[in-house]
Design a protein around this ligand. Structure first.
Ligand SMILES: Cc1cc2nc3c(=O)[nH]c(=O)nc-3n(C[C@H](O)[C@H](O)[C@H](O)COP(=O)(O)O)c2cc1C
Length: 179
């Protein structure tokens, strides 16, 4: 697997990342998913709590089930695999800091997308949390316990090459020293 991976420099990976929703039939190996999950676990995390768990989804029946349940996740029926990023609120954290698991899971999800781009795999973030209906569907299909929140699902597959990165740079959104 290793020799087929082209490791780009960080900035070109960041700027080339795009949401990929159309895939070839080439399967996504479990070993490749480990690479992505390891990247997810390297994300920054509030108070180093690491309030996350990951479900690697390789079974077609599960991918079909999620595709049927999620209006904006239809690409999952053609995906080679997916990763569900799950978060666990941290009751021991003071005040609202127990909500930082949301940011932690977002950072982990973005790391998966960037790692996928770095190994030329296509990926798209499917938003689950905080949409109540989506949380319920995903909990049911993936048998996730009540105290764990499905945060996002990343759909994965080798790209057909249709999608291109968008240039979102906008100078008008930058302020210096004050708004
Ligand atoms: C929180 C969040 C939720 C998203 N949910 C979905 C989704 O449910 N389905 C989907 O196709 N794309 C989803 N996306 C991907 C966005 O549509 C995409 O990032 C945006 O259009 C910009 O395109 P780009 O990723 O190619 O730069 C989501 C992205 C984020 C950050």
């Amino acid at each position: 697997m290793q020799e087929t991976f082209k490791m780009d420099d960080a900035l070109s990976v960041i700027h080339n990342r795009k949401s990929v929703r159309k895939y070839t039939d080439k399967p996504v190996e479990k070993e490749t998913m480990h690479v992505l999950i390891k990247a997810a676990m390297a994300a920054c995390t509030s108070a180093d709590k690491r309030p996350w768990s990951f479900i690697g989804i390789t079974e077609k029946s599960k991918l079909f089930g999620l595709s049927n349940a999620l209006k904006y996740g239809k690409m999952l029926k053609d995906a080679g695999a997916a990763i569900a990023v799950c978060g666990i609120p941290q009751p021991a954290m003071p005040d609202l800091a127990n909500e930082f698991w949301v940011q932690d899971c977002a950072a982990a999800t973005q790391n998966i997308l960037l790692a996928a781009e770095a190994i030329q795999l296509g990926a798209v973030w499917i938003g689950i949390y905080p949409m109540t209906d989506r949380i319920l569907f995903v909990r049911q299909i993936l048998q996730i316990p009540e105290d764990v929140f499905p945060f996002s699902i990343v759909s994965l597959g080798y790209p057909c090459g249709i999608e291109k990165p968008k240039n979102k740079y906008d100078e008008s959104k930058i302020h210096w020293n004050q708004w």
